[in-house]
Design a protein around this ligand. Structure first.
Ligand code: SAM
Length: 278
């Protein structure tokens, strides 16, 4: 008898699914905030899924984690104190700690169980969470940011899609609180979904950030397991412009996607994306 095949599908839009073969269901849980699954996939290795949406996989996590971390950290000339909002898998913390000048990286994650499952089943991604420069705070990022002023050089918003507890992470009031939470020359970046499927979201976030921060930029990257593959990041900065960075001074660190030559090139937008943020 032929062995039964198991397939996981993320419904990326009401009319489109992303399907991959599962060799093992490693772990599932219903947490206080979301449904969590760790799956072993044939194509991408282990995969973290929250509420049916792929968060990260062993094979392509470097694309997302490097892009959301190194662009802001190499734009700020001296990032000492950095916060990640969300990011419970630990991938962004691992990338941040590749920067020697970072003294402390805080992970502000609402769901403790995402961190615990990632530590247990995704050690390649979560490996830096026990580093002495890392501190994990379990709380709502919206509350944390609104209660702390003038505290960080860089804030990285590594959120889930705008559903459930992450809805508020895409709202104007949150970006105002992020502005206040940053030091006087601070900057932040947020993942802002796909330019193919989430044009209204990108437009709204870009204009909200632009009304608060003196410098607002959008950049793009390729992440195979995210809807459409093409992904956007919105950066708001009080002083430093990523396009003004002297790339000859960017240190070579161990990366697979990011490099100094890409730093400014990531901000060169296809015409249809330029139209979205006009
Ligand atoms: N890179 C992923 C993506 O784009 O799909 C996101 C990875 S990370 C696992 C996202 C995390 O954000 C989740 O663990 C979720 O619990 C957390 N999160 C959602 N809303 C939050 C909030 N309001 N405060 C803090 N963390 C939040």
């Amino acid at each position: 008898m032929a062995e039964m095949e198991l397939w996981f599908t993320e419904q990326q839009t009401p009319d489109l699914g992303f399907t991959c073969k599962i060799t093992k269901t490693i772990y599932t849980a219903k947490t206080q905030y979301q449904e969590l699954a760790i799956l072993e996939t044939k194509q991408f290795g282990r995969m973290l899924v929250l509420d049916g949406a792929v968060q990260t996989t062993i094979a392509d996590e470097f694309c997302y984690h490097e892009l959301i971390s190194h662009v802001p950290l190499f734009t700020h000339p001296n990032p000492k104190k950095v916060a990640v909002i969300g990011g419970g898998d630990g991938g962004v913390i691992r990338e941040i700690l590749k920067h020697d000048e970072v003294e402390k990286a805080y992970l502000i994650e609402i769901d403790r169980e995402v961190i615990e499952a990632s530590k247990k089943y995704l050690p390649e991604i979560s490996c830096a969470l026990d580093d002495e420069r890392a501190e994990v705070i379990i709380t709502d990022g919206i509350k944390f940011v609104s209660e702390n002023k003038n505290m960080f050089d860089v804030i990285i918003v590594d959120s889930t899609d705008p559903v459930g507890p992450a809805v508020g992470l895409f709202q104007d009031s949150f970006y105002k609180a992020v502005f206040e939470c940053l030091k006087e020359d601070g900057l932040f970046v947020a993942q802002t979904e796909s330019p193919f499927y989430d044009q209204d979201l990108i437009k709204n976030v870009f204009h909200a950030v632009k009304s608060i921060f003196p410098i607002t930029r959008l950049y793009l990257g390729f992440i195979p397991t995210y809807p459409s593959g093409l992904w956007s990041f919105t950066l708001g900065s009080k002083r430093y412009d990523p396009l003004e960075v002297d790339i000859s001074r960017i240190k070579r660190i161990d990366t697979k996607y990011y490099n100094p030559e890409l730093h400014k090139a990531l901000f060169a937008l296809p015409t249809f994306v330029q139209e979205i943020i006009k």
